[in-house]
Design a protein around this ligand. Structure first.
Ligand SMILES: Cc1cc2nc3c(=O)[nH]c(=O)nc-3n(C[C@H](O)[C@H](O)[C@H](O)COP(=O)(O)OP(=O)(O)OC[C@H]3O[C@@H](n4cnc5c(N)ncnc54)[C@H](O)[C@@H]3O)c2cc1C
Length: 295
């Protein structure tokens, strides 16, 4: 079959999705889409083309049962620009191919990430890797002013070293993690879903989460049925340990929850992700009137 063209993806091609203050995600190219996943899966069975409803069912079946290799047949290439501290987290995802701007070859641009005041937060009290409450506006603005002053001074020093003909590969070494870098990044849909699941998660740092969300927009355009199945079976699904399954079993039988301490806390934080779970737990509570009956 000829090259697959997906109209929603064509619409997105070459358009910069703005992320953070100076970053972006740009879908450069793609290969395949929902149809390619279906073709690749059906080649195993030698079956011909089926209706969209059957395609959707098949795609959901594949993801539900971890038959993920047909999703690897879809490729996406991105041009992205992000601060170096985001790039360092991003590059941990090994199942992609990338080419990054070289600070040995090029003069790095005077572009640094500066957080918005609402993102200047104190250290989280219960998560050693996380942020807590936002600082009062006055304090946040002062931190931002300090960030900017340091970035300006370091870049001025960088330029002065370049003017003295210091090698670019050495002149750059004191530039900070807030400096923007950019790369071309190619990944297949299966591994992109894995990236999005980990990095769009509330436990990931906000500054990479917003990139994961932009990548998700592109994935949904290229393969909407696959993205829908990913949301259903991965992104918004929950994983329970054996002990947690036993706890659910006990609760459903009206028995006390056997979990305690930290295990109970973890379990409850999972349950809190289920919308309206508290309402489900309290069957005696009177049911609120449905919107249609409210006068
Ligand atoms: C919230 C969060 C916090 C994190 N904190 C830290 C931290 O404090 N310190 C730190 O160092 N890292 C940290 N990481 C990075 C994390 O440990 C992983 O390296 C990163 O998420 C990439 O995941 P991955 O290996 O599954 O992805 P990929 O590299 O894309 O791999 C995808 C999958 O391919 C398989 N795979 C790939 N390469 C190999 C291989 N060589 N051998 C076997 N299987 C392979 C694995 O099944 C893997 O899950 C953090 C990640 C997250 C999301």
């Amino acid at each position: 079959m000829a090259r697959m063209v997906v109209p929603a993806a064509e619409e997105l091609l070459d358009k910069e999705i703005k992320v953070l203050d100076k970053g972006f995600v740009r879908l450069v190219d793609y290969m395949g889409g929902d149809e390619r996943i279906v073709q690749s899966a059906r080649v195993s069975y030698g079956a011909g083309t089926k209706s969209v409803r059957q395609d959707r069912g098949l795609i959901h079946y594949l993801l539900r049962n971890d038959h993920t290799s047909p999703f690897e047949q879809v490729q996406l290439t991105f041009h992205t620009k992000m601060p170096i501290f985001v790039a360092r987290q991003w590059v941990r995802h090994r199942t992609a191919r990338l080419n990054e701007i070289s600070g040995r070859y090029s003069v790095m641009r005077d572009e640094f990430y500066v957080p918005a005041p609402e993102d200047v937060c104190i250290q989280s009290a219960n998560n050693k890797q996380g942020s807590g409450e936002a600082l009062p506006m006055e304090d946040a603005l002062e931190i931002i002013r300090q960030f900017e002053a340091d970035q300006k001074a370091l870049y001025a020093r960088y330029e002065s070293h370049l003017e003295k003909d210091l090698a670019r590969e050495l002149a750059r070494i004191n530039l900070p993690l807030s400096l923007y870098t950019e790369w071309y990044w190619q990944i297949d849909l299966h591994n992109l879903f894995h990236f999005i699941r980990l990095r769009a998660d509330a436990h990931a740092q906000k500054q990479i989460r917003v990139f994961a969300e932009a990548l998700a927009t592109c994935a949904a355009a290229v393969a909407p049925l696959a993205y829908e199945a990913f949301e259903e079976h991965r992104l918004y699904s929950l994983k329970f340990s054996r002990s947690e399954c036993l706890a659910i079993q006990a609760m459903l039988a009206g028995q006390p929850n056997p979990l305690e301490g930290r295990n109970l806390q973890i379990f409850e934080s999972k349950l809190a992700q289920i919308p309206f779970f508290e309402k489900i737990q309290e069957p005696d509570e009177p049911t609120p009137p449905s919107p249609a009956t409210v006068s």
